[in-house]
Write a protein that binds this ligand. Structure first.
Ligand SMILES: Nc1ncnc2c1ncn2[C@@H]1O[C@H](COP(=O)(O)OP(=O)(O)OP(=O)(O)O)[C@@H](O)[C@H]1O
Ligand SMILES: [Mg+2]
Length: 484
């Protein structure tokens, strides 16, 4: 068998398969050992008990005969000499002695089997208590003896000695001991094998998970574990692992889509500049024509530099080292500043741009520049998507959130709105509801991603609701004070 289970670098004694096998084998061996040893002792004590009961029974019979029928020698002889001699197994011997230790009756052959003087002295030292002793031919005996009153009322006190040959019980116990060692030896050989198979079977899913993990790379995120037949715990581990792969795959797809979008969005203005320059240089132009070309090149360059600065901003906002420079900001005043900034472009589009500010001052610890940028992005979206005659309202108020006081900033317009299927995607980078139209109007689809990043930096959140043809409302929620 090979222990090369999960890691080729790990020594075999540190593998999970080895540890499980060793624990299983050890537990199995202990169990077999305890079971056989306890069975052995139970059997031995039961055998001993039944023999002692037999001895006590015989003692009682002879005692009763002596007491009740002291002169009935036939009955005594029958009990002491004949019955025992007729037995083939578990031969027992009885001897009846008078007060001067002269044998009155003895089972034939008793003197041949036992050292009778030793028997008599041992019985005298512990009357009525069965004990073991060896016979003269090496057999085992269980013996007992006790004084017995003769007649009723008693005329004298005889002594009864009983010995039973227990060699067969001893042989049975010896056979049992041999079996016991054979079973233990078998268990010693079999348990590690079974344990190994069980351990291999148990850790197979872990190995499969590890194998799958080994094959995962940024170009191969499609592999999944099939947790069929796995135990519950490992199926849940495999499921968690698969879900992690799903998330990784999605993130990688997003990153590669993002890179493709960046390349595309950078290429368009650069191509435009190049195309215009090439056309301009194809033949001699008038000064006005050159001015036009330079003007549109400058426009493209401005677009390009905006895009690059937006991308840099997002990259910076995602860095764990980025932090916000908080200061006391009067939010109403800040909104008024943004309104003034966009007033001219709103007017150009025939849109009314107003603020609806609560009478009480709304003061919060925020990064003024970041907040201006976030609200600016929202207003610029609203201006771009609201037709002439529409209106845009900037509002703010204090509220209470789950973690204390919050400041709410709302930008609502009466513009074209966003279709419900597009709503969950508007915060994705480079996402534009109508890509062709937005491209023409200069949007790159980064504005709302930037708003979301700014909210995350402040520990706040952003919410958008919209109805096609009726308008859109974006709500920013921020904690009034920064983390202490
Ligand atoms: N107020 C709004 N009304 C209708 N549609 C909107 C509104 N705000 C955003 N959108 C839609 O959501 C899309 C994503 O907005 P986002 O601000 O992220 O990108 P953009 O405005 O196209 O480009 P950028 O802001 O980077 O110049 C927009 O293209 C637009 O289709
Ligand atoms: Mg925008």
């Amino acid at each position: 068998m090979s222990w090369n289970a999960t890691s080729s670098a790990a020594p075999w004694w540190r593998t999970l398969a080895f540890r499980l096998t060793a624990s299983y084998a050890l537990a199995g061996l202990c169990l077999v050992f305890l079971a056989t040893v306890s069975l052995y002792f139970v059997l031995r004590s039961e055998l001993e008990k039944s023999i002692d009961l037999f001895l006590a029974d015989k003692l009682h019979v002879v005692r009763t005969l002596l007491r009740e029928r002291p002169e009935d020698w036939d009955a005594l002889r029958e009990e002491i000499e004949l019955e025992s001699a007729a037995r083939r197994y578990q031969q027992f011997y009885i001897r009846l002695l008078d007060e001067r230790d002269t044998p009155l009756l003895t089972t034939p052959g008793m003197a041949d089997q036992l050292d009778l003087s030793q028997l008599a002295s041992q019985i005298q030292s512990r009357p009525d208590h069965p004990f073991s002793m060896n016979g003269t031919h090496g057999q085992s005996f269980r013996v007992t003896g006790a004084p017995a009153e003769v007649g009723s009322p008693s005329t004298r006190t005889d002594t009864i000695e009983i010995a039973i040959d227990v060699s067969q019980s001893d042989a049975l116990l010896a056979r049992y001991r041999r079996w016991f060692f054979a079973i233990l030896l078998g268990a010693f050989a079999i348990f590690p094998l079974i344990g190994y198979r069980v351990a291999r079977h148990g850790i197979r899913p872990v190995e499969e998970i590890a194998n799958t993990a080994r094959h995962i790379s940024s170009t191969n995120l499609r592999e999944r574990i099939l947790p069929e037949g796995y135990p519950f715990e490992l199926a849940s581990l495999a499921d968690t692992f698969n879900k992690m792969l799903d998330r990784l795959e999605e993130s990688f797809e997003q990153i590669s889509r993002f890179s493709a979008d960046i390349a595309h969005d950078l290429r368009t203005p650069v191509n435009n500049i190049r195309g215009e320059a090439e056309v301009a240089l194809a033949r001699a132009r008038t000064v006005d024509e050159y001015r036009d070309v330079l003007g549109s090149c400058l426009e493209e360059a401005v677009r390009l530099s905006h895009l690059i600065s937006d991308l840099l901003f997002l990259a910076h906002a995602e860095s764990p080292l980025s932090h916000v420079h908080r200061e006391q900001v009067n939010v109403a005043e800040m909104l008024d500043g943004v309104r003034e900034y966009y007033e001219a472009s709103a007017e150009d589009g025939g849109i009314s741009l107003t603020t609806a500010i609560a009478p009480e001052p709304v003061i919060a610890e925020l990064d003024r520049t970041l907040l201006q940028r976030a609200v600016g992005n929202l207003v610029s979206n609203a201006v771009a998507h609201t037709p002439a005659g529409g209106s845009i309202v900037l509002g703010t108020a204090l509220g209470t959130g789950a973690d204390g006081s919050t400041v709410r900033i709302e930008v609502s317009d009466t513009g074209e709105g966003i279709p419900p299927e597009a709503l969950p995607k508007v915060f994705d980078r480079f996402y534009r509801v109508d890509a062709s139209r937005s491209q023409a109007s200069g949007g790159s689809g980064l504005g709302l991603s930037i708003v979301q990043s700014i909210m995350l930096l402040h520990g706040g959140n952003v919410e958008i609701t919209s109805q096609v043809g009726q308008g859109t409302r974006v709500t920013l929620r921020l904690p009034v004070s920064g983390p202490r």
